[in-house]
Design a protein around this ligand. Sequence first.
Ligand code: FES
Length: 145
Amino acid sequence: MERKAFLKQCGKLCLGGLLAGELLQSCTGTYFAVGSFEQNQLVLNKSEFVISANGKNKFRKYVLLRHEKLPYPIYVYRLNDNTYSALYMECSHNSCELTPHGDFLICPCHGSEFSNVGRVLNPPAENDLRSFKINHDNEKIYIQL
Ligand code: FES
């Protein structure tokens, strides 16, 4: 095989691999959890993050929480067993609802990106996302509104 044809084929394989990875990531789906509203806080069971399969537990990276009192959902991200973030999914640029994309959030309106702790990664947004204070015990996460 000639060098040019070889490089062209390698490029196609790399591109195919990247696209397949993106497709698989987008197929994992977004999970909406059900929380309860108690004393000005949203309460979420930690079990909402658990995926049981073949007797083994895996964990979702994040769940979305909707509540009738809030026009936008909350993105609750599991950083580890004892650390979570809770972000309001309203873009700080011009109030569009953000779309979760694994470890980060993307704005469909003008393309701003935010990290899983709400920091701006890409403009035009200049301000971080609104985040909520969280407490938790062994079973539940308490999101202060
Ligand atoms: S509203 Fe989100 S980037 Fe403009």
